[in-house]
Design a protein around this ligand. Structure first.
Ligand code: SF4
Length: 138
């Protein structure tokens, strides 16, 4: 992650925002054995400036088989399914079952950063896309 951040600072086209990379670099190492990140990480929130997760709150994944999951890291076989619960109940069950608070997965966290709507995150994402369009180097 540090190398990616370094090459980004040298102007190479790295999609991820600086703060998303820094969250992963400073991640306090509290993830479960399935590889996703749980609420204990909140103790380090201020220190590491973690980005709250909005998957399972503002965003859900609907798989082709009808399952609703918070994100790809929760590809659970018996996840709530719209085919037997209906859309609203499946989303509610997914929401209620969700215990994630923060994440270090880059792509998920880039989306979390956008949904967080802080000026810093909006600027980071805007800058990434504008610099890509206009080939601006830092
Ligand atoms: S994006 Fe959110 S729901 Fe998905 S693994 Fe990360 S913290 Fe959990």
């Amino acid at each position: 992650m540090r190398k990616i951040l370094d090459v980004k600072k040298k102007g190479l086209p790295v999609f991820y925002s600086d703060n998303v990379l820094k969250v992963a670099i400073n991640w306090p190492n509290m993830y479960n054995n399935k590889g996703y990140f749980i609420q204990e990480a909140h103790k380090s929130y201020k220190k590491n400036r973690l980005i709250p997760c909005y998957h399972g709150k503002l965003k859900y994944y609907l798989d082709a088989d009808g399952r609703i999951v918070t994100c790809w890291a929760h590809n659970i076989k018996d996840a709530p399914n719209i085919r037997n619960l209906g859309v609203a109940a499946a989303i509610k069950k997914c929401h209620d079952n969700n215990s994630c608070k923060y994440c270090a997965f880059l792509s998920n966290n880039e989306q979390n950063a956008l949904m967080h709507l802080s000026i810093r995150n909006i600027w980071n994402i805007l800058y990434i896309h504008l610099s890509d369009i206009f080939k601006i180097k830092e």
